[in-house]
Design a protein around this ligand. Structure first.
Ligand code: ZN
Ligand code: ZN
Length: 365
């Protein structure tokens, strides 16, 4: 599938005028990938009004030729630092006002660059590329779908092999292995596999505790399909469903389904968050939902837009967000249900489709 990197750079150039710059030095590696397809690191991209150049080193010459044919290269010889090579390139470019990525560049780098480029005004620019990345094109959505399938198939395979004696760590390793068998490059992030009370910890890393050590296990995982990622959460019940679990689970599921129904173009991020928050608060668990409802997803597992209290972002077609309400009760555990949702022209499409009704999540382990 061909990605249209040139059109992304053209859209970035449109933002130049608003930012008052005539070139942007892209130092965030993920942004370099987004704008060129190059997946290595230690390389910067200069986007000018009339072209673009990647500053890299000889280790990457072959990979650059394969991944981003047509983009000019400035390959620095051994002994010339990336700062030096970038400054040399910029001095040749007739650039007066250079945008720098305020959220990626260190203060030290900025100061050294300014010393080397006395005639260039450095203008900090925040989120220019990240803003473009929020709205996915067709190719990006296809790759997120692929990562979603890999995560789902891996999960289904784990479900069939899950045993009460397995440790959290063994089960997490098995899930990641299965995703790779289904084509994933690797896990999108370290898998959370948290039994019982540990499910109340937001970032529990897997331990030697057995899966059957309590009544249920929370699994938060995703696939990195090579470039794009998926991110899901399900809870599996390994014993009899207790009344308390049933009550908590039904509230979280209702909050999630209502919030998903509110995802559409024109909806405000914080409004979607509050739809879920109200359901949970009405059930008496308001103080037990302690994080934002969701986040954008793409080249990174966490990107814009966040679905969170106070975020005024207006949702647009092509945005992909997670919807993941949760209730966490210290000492007992937690329930979170997470799916990946694409904003479409007239509503939304849920890209992840693993079953989540209460009767679907019981495993005979
Ligand atoms: Zn997650
Ligand atoms: Zn998430």
């Amino acid at each position: 599938m061909a990605m249209n990197f040139a059109s992304r750079r053209d859209r970035l150039r449109i933002a130049f005028r608003k930012a008052g710059i005539d070139a942007l030095l892209v130092t965030d590696y993920t942004n370099v990938t987004y704008l060129t397809g190059f997946t290595g690191d230690d390389s910067y991209l200069v986007v000018r009004g009339d072209g673009e150049t990647i500053v890299s080193d000889p280790r990457y010459t072959t990979q650059l030729g394969e991944e981003c044919p047509g983009v000019d290269l400035e390959i620095r010889p051994p002994g010339r630092g990336i700062m030096q090579a970038t400054a040399r390139l910029l001095r040749r470019g007739g650039i007066h006002r250079l945008g720098i990525e305020a959220d990626s560049m260190t203060v030290g780098f900025r100061d050294r660059l300014a010393t080397r480029l006395p005639k260039v005004t450095l203008t900090p620019v925040s989120g220019a590329v990240e803003k473009l990345r929020q709205v996915k094109d067709r190719e990006e959505v296809a790759l997120i779908r692929q990562a979603a399938r890999q995560a789902e198939k891996g999960f289904e395979a784990l479900r069939h092999t899950l045993r009460r004696e397995m440790s959290e760590k063994q089960a997490a390793d098995e899930l990641e292995h299965q995703m790779r068998l289904f084509g994933a490059k690797e896990a999108a992030f370290p898998t959370i596999m948290a039994v019982g009370p540990r499910a109340a910890l937001p970032h529990a890393s897997p331990t030697e505790q057995p899966i059957g050590g309590d009544d249920f296990v929370l699994i938060d995982w995703g696939a990195n399909g090579g470039l794009y990622r998926s991110d899901l959460t399900r809870v599996l019940v390994t014993a009899k469903i207790s009344p308390k679990f049933e009550r908590v689970y039904r509230v979280v599921l209702q909050a999630q389904l209502r919030a998903i129904a509110a995802v559409r173009p024109g909806a405000i991020a914080h409004e979607v968050d509050s739809v879920a928050r109200k359901v949970i608060a009405k059930a008496g668990f308001g103080r037990r939902f302690r994080h934002g409802l969701g986040h954008g997803l793409g080249l990174q597992v966490h990107e814009g837009p966040r679905l969170a209290v106070n975020n005024p972002t207006v949702l647009r077609p092509g945005m992909v967000v997670t919807v993941e309400p949760g209730i966490y009760l210290p000492g007992w555990g937690g329930v979170r249900i997470e799916d990946d949702v694409l904003v479409t022209r007239n509503g939304c499409e849920v890209l992840t489709n693993l079953p989540k009704r209460l009767e679907d999540i019981v495993v005979a382990a």
